[in-house]
Design a binder for this molecule. Structure first.
Ligand SMILES: [Zn+2]
Length: 477
């Protein structure tokens, strides 16, 4: 390979999915054979959390795989903080590669997180390539406060600007970013920091067939779950700066034959353990449950609501839609299916709240109307009157129950009386409701529950356990 040729391979948002690596590793191996001194394998974060494989193997699964695959550097994603400060610190201490992150601050030491570095100057086939890592400051809002104790995430533009200047001063001919900011924020970063040659990004799970160009910066996103990997080749003239003759491919795991070598042997060895634990049947479902992150009130949200009510007897179920990551099949359901649907370790908890507080949270959710909105199904829902900008919490009461004793319920909301089997009644704002939600939301995740707003009354186990119980019960009927 000619001096000056650089090959970057990169994945992002692997979320602990290991098996597809067997199909990507051949490409990694061939790239290294062709360009032994100029090839680097990178990750843009969210590496370990969210798969059945992690459920069985723990963090070691991702760590061992990444070490065998020969990753050179990674940055941290928001989900890498899911298990709290101690676990993220342990991960970086035992990390399988360099951890580059320029905007995470250890607030106790007022210094970068220990065992990470903001950036690194790589020497690849005679080219000085500077790489900066950066992660989304939204993590501070997305995650419960307790999980982020002792940490702060600062403005990525400022930290990338700072590192860019330092890398240039050290003689970097090319400077790029491994970013867990998401595609829209990567575009803004490229606009704000004009000297960047490329951004290899993740977080939004976009699989771009070709890079976008903003100014002179190329932005590439390789997709998620190791279903695909980006390959970015370019050359740099000796003594010059900037990229020439770039080529880009999005390599899809499905199109590749499994490779041979350490990664494949490792995956074969661990697959058995994972399969034994995860192929176990849970029960049967009479139809398929679909999910769509852009639709509020889909099948899976209603399944989770019903399962939560059955487990806890609550009046209202409030969950964030993104806690659900996949649908469930018709027929036999395995532990793996449930794990894929609920890959995070969120727990069903109950809290007592006034109806007015519940209504406020629903209003905020409606105001956002995005992927951070909450599920809204069940007996208590927020009814809106768009014309008058009025919203009221209403109780959907089965008609027979209502007719039997009207005095038990609030005033009938006339305009909703068109349903045949339920009627909507206004709820007294001071009425105390039993709310089923997740420890994640009560802890302040996504910013709905303010500190001290509600105390957990009961903890009913992980959402996976709750849904498994529901499916088992439904199967036995
Ligand atoms: Zn992410």
């Amino acid at each position: 390979m000619k001096t000056g040729h650089v090959t970057l391979l990169f994945t992002s948002d692997e979320h602990g999915y290991l098996q597809p690596a067997a199909r990507l590793q051949r490409e990694v191996k061939e790239a290294r054979q062709a360009n032994p001194n100029g090839t680097l394998l990178l990750s843009s974060g969210d590496v370990f959390e969210g798969s059945a494989e992690t459920g069985v193997l723990g963090l070691n699964g991702s760590r061992d795989l990444m070490a065998r695959a020969g990753y050179g550097a990674m940055t941290l994603g928001n989900h890498d903080f899911d298990r709290g400060t101690a676990v993220v610190k342990e991960w970086v201490r035992k990390a399988p590669c360099k951890v580059l992150v320029s905007n995470v601050v250890d607030t106790e030491k007022n210094a970068p997180l220990e065992n990470t570095r903001p950036s690194h100057l790589f020497e690849l086939n005679g080219v000085k390539v500077g790489l900066v890592g950066v992660t989304t400051p939204e993590t501070m809002v997305i995650n419960p406060k307790e999980q982020m104790a002792g940490l702060n995430i600062t403005d990525p533009v400022a930290s990338v600007q700072r590192e860019l200047a330092q890398l240039k001063a050290q003689g970097a001919q090319v400077v790029g970013v491994i970013s867990h900011l998401g595609l829209p924020a990567d575009r803004r970063l490229a606009e704000s920091v004009p000297g960047l040659d490329f951004i290899l990004g993740g977080h939004t799970h976009d699989a771009l067939e070709q890079p976008e160009q903003v100014g002179k910066t190329l932005i590439a996103h390789p997709g998620c779950f190791r279903n695909s990997m980006g390959r970015f080749d370019f050359s740099v003239e000796p003594g010059n700066e900037g990229i020439r003759n770039f080529q880009y491919h999005l390599i899809k795991a499905n199109d590749q034959a499994p490779g041979v070598g350490g990664v494949t042997r490792y995956l074969k060895r661990t697959a058995h353990e994972v399969n034994v634990a995860m192929n176990e049947p849970v029960g049967n479902l009479s139809h398929e449950y679909r999910t769509d992150p852009n639709t509020l009130g889909d099948d899976m949200e209603s399944l989770l609501s019903h399962a939560s009510v059955e487990a806890s007897g609550v009046d209202v179920v409030m969950m964030n839609q993104k806690t659900i990551r996949a649908g469930l099949p018709s027929g036999q359901v395995t532990k793996r299916d449930v794990f894929n649907a609920f890959p995070f370790d969120n727990r069903l908890v109950t809290v007592n709240m006034k109806a007015s507080e519940v209504a406020e949270i629903y209003k905020e959710s409606l105001r956002r109307l995005d992927q951070s909105s909450l599920t809204a199904c069940g007996r208590f829902v927020l009814a809106g009157d768009r014309e008058n900008q009025q919203t009221t919490l209403v109780e959907n009461v089965p008609r027979a129950e209502f007719e039997a004793d009207r005095s038990r319920f609030g005033p009938l909301m006339g305009h909703l009386e068109t349903y045949t089997d339920t009627v909507a009644c206004a709820v007294d704002p001071d009425r105390e409701l039993k709310v089923g939600t997740s420890d994640y939301l009560v802890g302040g995740g996504l910013g709905y529950f303010k500190a001290g707003m509600a105390n957990i009354v009961r903890d009913l186990g992980t959402l996976r356990e709750v849904v498994q119980g529901y499916i088992q019960h439904a199967t036995a009927l």
